[in-house]
Design a binder for this molecule. Structure first.
Ligand SMILES: Cc1cc2nc3c(=O)[nH]c(=O)nc-3n(C[C@H](O)[C@H](O)[C@H](O)COP(=O)(O)OP(=O)(O)OC[C@H]3O[C@@H](n4cnc5c(N)ncnc54)[C@H](O)[C@@H]3O)c2cc1C
Length: 357
């Protein structure tokens, strides 16, 4: 016996839960999210969670990120407290070459409406006195901020469930078939049928795609993050590479490592990250590091989101991307528009999986 749904979403991380919530706002019946673990067990529970825009290039990708970031204020009011703070973002530089790069970044991003100021040394230190006095300047934009990823996913799920969405946890999808216009989704705990199927399985999207004969070019890239004890508030802005969370902890990390699905942490990373942090914010020398964690970045082959319908298989959609915290409100909105209206309010052809054909 199979259970029938209109739409099944595979993967309940920030992307799958974001889609479930947005879809349930327009179409509350028959939505099921299936997760092989629990929805924060993947990348969404091991992330820095900046809502970051201003250094995203090319500018069309910056613009896409900006649209998503602009949805956060509204989302915060709709689903409840997600600790979203638009702190403003600072990307410091330490050489004259980088100043030139900063100026051209500001010019190209201005063309899509992202406002960036190139600050000189005194200006950046006046804004963020915790920064090293070796800094030569920085790019600054008011658009950037951060969010609590645990709360974000939790509140998406809560709001989706109130709208009638069903969640299946600890239930792995093991096979998918398409028969007579319906998807048959086999899981460890039974069979489901649905008209629409969304693949939002993060770094496992490649594995899930194989069940439909697809070769989806997504792979894991490990990122490690180091965390200090809670400190009295001393940093106001989200910096490129570190930020102080609202509970006082400083999250430090930027690593990108090809390590397959290995989520261990490593001493070489801790050493280089500590040096990076001290070069940026010398006062961190006094802070105690209390833990580190690693997560898997969901990395499409060309690093840009894969988003939209999958041609050749009707009613099949994909949403796989790095920077999924920044992009989840927009990805949720767009996939929901595709399912309910067959088109999106902004063009997304650039993000189609067909670019890898
Ligand atoms: C160290 C680090 C720092 C980052 N920093 C930022 C940042 O500052 N800003 C930002 O925007 N982004 C950041 N990211 C990226 C961001 O965290 C991810 O893009 C985002 O979390 C991806 O969400 P997701 O829902 O696609 O994946 P996931 O959260 O991994 O969710 C996928 C879900 O699919 C489920 N699943 C997989 N296979 C199956 C199956 N067969 N059956 C059922 N369920 C299945 C999994 O259990 C999982 O829960 C960072 C990532 C890392 C690792």
């Amino acid at each position: 016996m199979s259970r029938e749904y209109e739409t099944v979403i595979i993967g309940g991380g920030v992307i799958g839960s974001g889609i479930a919530y947005h879809l349930s706002e327009s179409k509350s019946d028959g939505i099921l999210v299936i997760d092989k673990n629990f929805p924060l067990s993947g990348s969404s529970g091991s992330t820095q969670a900046w809502v970051w825009v201003h250094t995203k290039t090319p500018s069309w990708y910056g613009e896409f990120s900006m649209y998503s970031s602009e949805l956060y204020g509204y989302l915060h009011r709709k689903i409840g407290d997600i600790e979203f703070i638009r702190t403003g973002g600072i990307c410091p530089f330490f050489s004259e070459n980088e100043r030139e790069h900063a100026k051209s970044l500001a010019e190209s991003q201005a063309q899509v409406g992202i406002e960036i100021q190139v600050l000189d040394r005194d200006e950046v230190l006046a804004r963020e006195p915790a920064l090293s006095d070796k800094v030569l300047g920085a790019t600054y934009s008011r658009i950037d901020g951060n969010v609590n990823p645990m709360r974000l996913v939790e509140q998406y799920m809560k709001a989706a469930k109130i709208n009638g969405v069903t969640y299946e946890y600890y239930n792995k999808v093991t096979d998918i078939e398409k028969k007579q216009g319906s998807f048959l989704v086999t899981t460890e705990k039974g069979l489901f049928t649905c008209k629409n199927l969304v693949l939002s399985a993060g770094v496992w999207t490649h594995e899930v795609g194989k069940m439909l004969g697809l070769d989806i070019p997504v792979h894991p890239v490990r990122g490690q993050v180091m965390i200090t004890e809670p400190l009295a508030p001393f940093m106001k802005y989200t910096l490129d590479g570190l930020r102080q969370a609202s509970n006082g902890e400083v999250l430090i990390g930027y690593s990108r490592e090809e390590a397959g699905f290995d989520r261990s942490t490593s001493l070489d990373f801790i050493g280089s990250t500590a040096n990076f942090a001290l070069a940026l914010v010398p006062d961190l020398a006094k802070a105690k590091i209390v833990r580190s964690f690693s997560g898997l970045r969901v990395m499409p082959k060309d690093e840009f989101p894969i988003l939209g319908p999958i041609p050749g298989i009707e009613n099949l959609y994909i949403a796989a991307m790095h920077s999924g915290i920044t992009l989840s409100p927009l990805a949720g909105t767009l996939i929901s528009e595709l399912i309910t209206e067959g088109e999106t309010s902004i063009p997304i052809e650039r993000y189609s999986i067909t670019r890898f054909a």
